[in-house]
Write a protein that binds this ligand. Sequence first.
Ligand SMILES: [Zn+2]
Length: 313
Amino acid sequence: MQKKNKSKFSLIKVIIICLILILLSGVGVMAVTTGINTVKIELSNGYEMTVLTSKTNVKEILNDNNIILEDNEKVTPSLSEEITSSKTITISDKSEQEIEVAKVSESGVEMTLDSILDAYATVTEKIETVEEAIPFETVTKDVSNGSEDTKNKVLQEGVEGKKRVTYKVKYQNDIEIERTKISEEIIQEPVNKIIQVRSKTVSSRSVTTTRTESTAQSSGSVKVYKVTAYCSCRKCCGSHANGYTASGTRATAGRTVAAPSNLPYGTKLNINGRTYVVEDRGGAIKGNRIDVYVNSHSEALAWGVRYLPVEVQ
Ligand SMILES: [Zn+2]
């Protein structure tokens, strides 16, 4: 009997415990339906807090917990949003870049990536055709037996020529950055100015006179010459070492060449893509020989002997 009573008592105990559990779970169910949430708030200083709230709006949750955002802080999700399923609100410092962007947008300057790229990469190409003057050459005609009054007499006035040159021009942001010649068309050939001089008044390397320019090599023809170089030193020019050519011009490296008399003074020669002008003669410069004027004797030696195609222009 005593034993029975005991078990009856424990049965009541179990029933009471069950009732308490049911009541508790009922509260739990109520809590869920009224929407009380446990929300974790992570602060920018690394501190974390967990709050119980019935609110879901981020701004309201922060207000309820007296959390005020500083200017340099941002919140995720943003203030106007509802808390997400993770139920976490994160407050962090804005990065410097974000502050920059905010400043730029505040000042109203809008720079899209495209506009920045446009400003740096606009390279345009144009074809331009211009008319250019061709300067005339002044050539001298050597008259060794002329009388004194024929000295420096102008035999023919020079006239500038005209050519039409087409360029491909590259512009970057409207500034010319590159100009390449595509073609050139001569509209009018220049007329050389011819001055008559006496060879005795013009001391030069030349020992020959040029009165008879018989078999002139024609324009456009190419011939291989033995091309050497010389300077204005005594080794190269002997007693004529004064820096002046047989035609009376000042010998200039990159322009002056000595050529046989079948190439008249003023004749332009294309040697290795460079244009030279026949201005000098030489005792040894006969037949297929050309001497290119250079600035120093060492350059002349360095040149050596070359066999090169020479085009008469
Ligand atoms: Zn020399």
